[in-house]
Structures are given as structure tokens and as C-alpha cells.
Design a protein around this ligand. Structure first.
Ligand code: DP6
Length: 365
């Protein structure tokens, strides 16, 4: 899809050009999971997520015109203040893949500084926050250098498109509270190419939802999400999974609109278990949950049965548990976390997060 390819975005080589852009962009937790892709980062099924707030990446790009133009952008990449060759490689590949969208990158020398709000090795999926922060920075550079993307909606849609090319889930982090990526009959404007904002559908009862991210392990995953997506393309349950996700999305949207906690919880928990079920029934079969993942899930289910409170779990492609609940029950949940869950977390660590207002541009003035 060459929708955003633009050969005109080339800088005059005579002028001296330099500048700085920066964005802070949050992670997200999918309620209906993106699992499996085709073509150039296109999803097998539509997905929807809560945009978080406290788990975020902050990225800054300083740029200046190179003395001599070359075929590739020149890059120094710092993660948490240090040059980081591993991340640098991924970012270089990503930038190289964007040269038809942002041809001016070839003319520039870039210094990227990136920090996460959460410990890098906490097992929190960081590609959503990091790739969305980077995509937003690139769109800000285009805006600064060419005076384009003045319209906010246009800016965000392009940022979501570009973020998707870095990591599918990153496309959704661009929008506040609730974002949907992938074609869906419920939203004629929805697209496989970028996410769309959907917070308007949220009933008041969901607007201040909390997400405690319970850290079970800090180890790197044995199989990355990208490999997991690839394995999905030959999964024997691929087709039923696609239609199941579409149906669940429809009913989840209804629950979110109506403020129906019970229906919400049923769907979100089934989605989390299905994601891991797909891993366990794949070829090769693999398992990312750990004993404490299951213990936490059972504790949450028991707590809900005991108290009748609307407290639910979700999982990413990893062992950590996201516990979702409305702000109104926060105090009771805190007591439960301290009594029963902290001891199941690695070093007692968990992140208190909640639905957030989306990415924020950094102001250097
Ligand atoms: C389980 O977006 O990390 O978190 O597109 O290969 O970068 P890539 O994958 P990624 O996959 C996320 C998978 C998930 C579900 C979701 O966020 O929808």
C-alpha cells in the first residue's frame, strides 16, 4: 500500500537545517487481540485496546542535514542514555523501510534518545509504546520541515499508519482510551492500515478503568510476538479464530457501550485465554504462562466470586497479568493486591496503570 508514499518530501540541500522533536506515547492492553498477520503488517482480525497512561515511552529525535547525502539515514540511537546496538538495529531496519514515505530521512543525521517509564526488562510489551512514539516523532519532523500534516486528524492517522509498520499494536497507542485497528462492520471507517479512535463508544462506567500490571517474570519471552504471528499463518485453527475475534469484537463493543461489566469480563478473559490457547495448540506448541500467572488468575476469579466486584484479567503474549477494574472499587482491590497478589509478583513488583489520554508531544520551548 503506497498511500503515504510521497517523493516530494525532499529537502533543499543548500539550506542549513536542524531541529528537534519529541513524543511521549503509552502502551496499550488489547481486549480483543491482534494475533496473526499477512502482507505488510496487516492484521488477520480486527483488535481493540485500552490505551494506558503510566507505561509509556518517551522519544526525542534531533536531526541535522548530512554533509553528503547517502542512501540511508545516519543514526545514533540511545536507550536510557546509552548507545544501544540491539535496539538501534531494529530502528535502522524500520527507518529504512519508511524511505518512500519520508524520503527526507536519507538526507539527515539523526540522534534518537528513548526512555521507558517501566523497567526495560519487566516483560511489558514495549513495542507499542516505542514504535508509536517514534512514528509520532517522524510525523512531527515532516510537519516541521514541510509544513504538512497541519490537520490533527490527518497527522494522527498517518502516525498510526507509520506506527503499524513498526509494530501492529503500536497503531492503536496513537489514540486515547480506546482504539480499534482492522476492518469491522461496526465501524465503516475502520481500516487494516491504521487504527481509529473509538473512545466515544465507551460508557461512563469504563472511562476510568484501572489496569494493574502484575509482573510475574522479567525474562525475555522464549517466542516473540512477531514469531507468534508468523506461526498463526499456518495454525490449524486460523480461520475459526478469525471469525471468533470478529464476533467477540462486536459483542465487546456492545458491552462497552452499555456499561455491562459482566459481559465485558467474559469476553476479555476468554480472549486472553484464547490467545494462549492458540500458542499451546500451534506448531511448534509453546507456553508463555508461568505457575504464578495461573495462581494470579485463580486469585482474581476467587476474589470476584467472593465479593461480586467487577475485577477481570487479561494477558499479553507473555506471563504478566493485567488486572482490569473500575476506579470505584480501587480501594478494595488495593487490599486484595497487598494481601494476595504482591507475593506472586516478581520482587513484589506491579505497575498501577489506567486508561490514558493518549500520546503527548514534548515541548522544548
Ligand atoms: C498479543 O504488535 O507486538 O499483544 O506487529 O509483530 O510487532 P508485531 O506484533 P505486536 O503483537 C501484539 C500481540 C498482542 C495482542 C495485541 O496487542 O493486540
Amino acid at each position: 500500500m503506497d498511500r503515504y508514499n510521497n517523493p516530494d518530501l525532499v529537502l533543499p540541500s543548500s539550506e542549513s537545517i536542524s531541529g528537534k522533536v519529541g513524543w511521549k506515547s503509552p502502551s496499550n492492553i488489547a481486549l480483543v487481540k491482534y494475533w496473526g498477520k499477512y502482507g505488510n503488517q496487516l492484521p488477520l482480525n480486527p483488535s481493540i485496546s485500552f490505551t494506558l497512561s503510566q507505561a509509556y515511552t518517551q522519544s526525542m529525535i534531533e536531526y541535522s542535514l548530512k554533509d553528503q547525502p547517502s542512501e540511508k539515514p545516519e543514526l545514533d540511537f540511545y536507550f536510557e542514555g546509552k548507545l544501544n546496538p540491539k535496539f538501534s538495529k531494529r530502528v535502522k531496519i524500520y527507518l529504512d523501510s519508511l524511505l518512500e514515505i519520508f524520503p527526507f530521512l536519507k538526507q539527515l543525521k539523526l540522534t534518537i534518545n528513548t526512555d521507558n517509564s517501566f523497567p526495560h526488562s519487566s516483560g511489558i510489551a514495549s513495542s507499542a509504546s516505542s514504535m508509536s512514539a517514534l512514528a509520532l516523532c517522524l510525523c512531527s519532523m515532516e510537519k516541521q520541515l514541510f509544513g504538512t500534516l497541519d490537520d490533527k486528524d490527518e497527522f494522527m492517522q498517518k502516525a498510526s499508519f507509520v506506527a503499524r509498520l513498526g509494530s501492529g499494536s503500536a497503531s492503536r497507542s496513537i489514540y486515547p482510551k480506546l482504539a480499534l485497528w482492522g476492518e469491522s462492520p461496526d465501524f465503516p471507517e475502520a481500516s487494516n492500515l491504521y487504527a481509529i479512535p473509538t473512545k466515544a463508544v465507551l460508557h461512563d462506567k469504563f472511562r476510568r478503568f484501572r489496569d494493574d500490571i502484575l509482573i510475574v517474570s522479567r525474562e525475555a519471552k522464549s517466542i516473540s510476538s512477531s514469531d507468534g504471528h508468523m506461526i498463526m499463518s499456518r495454525h490449524r485453527f486460523k480461520e475459526p479464530r478469525i471469525s471468533q475475534a470478529k464476533k467477540r469484537l462486536h459483542f465487546l463493543l456492545k458491552a462497552l457501550k452499555e456499561g455491562n461489566y459482566q459481559r465485558f469480563g467474559e469476553i476479555v478473559e476468554k480472549e486472553a485465554l484464547t490467545l494462549h490457547g492458540m500458542m499451546m495448540t500451534a506448531t511448534p506448541a509453546y507456553l508463555l504462562m508461568e505457575p504464578n500467572t495461573l495462581k494470579i488468575i485463580q486469585e482474581i476469579q476467587n476474589f470476584r466470586n467472593r465479593t461480586g466486584l467487577p475485577v477481570f484479567f487479561s494477558l499479553d503474549a507473555g506471563p504478566n497479568v493485567h488486572m482490569l477494574y473500575p476506579k470505584s472499587v480501587e480501594e478494595k482491590v488495593k487490599v486484595f493486591v497487598d494481601d494476595r497478589l504482591v507475593k506472586l509478583c516478581k520482587n513484589g513488583e506491579y505497575i498501577k496503570d489506567y486508561l490514558g489520554s493518549g500520546p503527548m508531544e514534548l515541548d522544548f520551548n
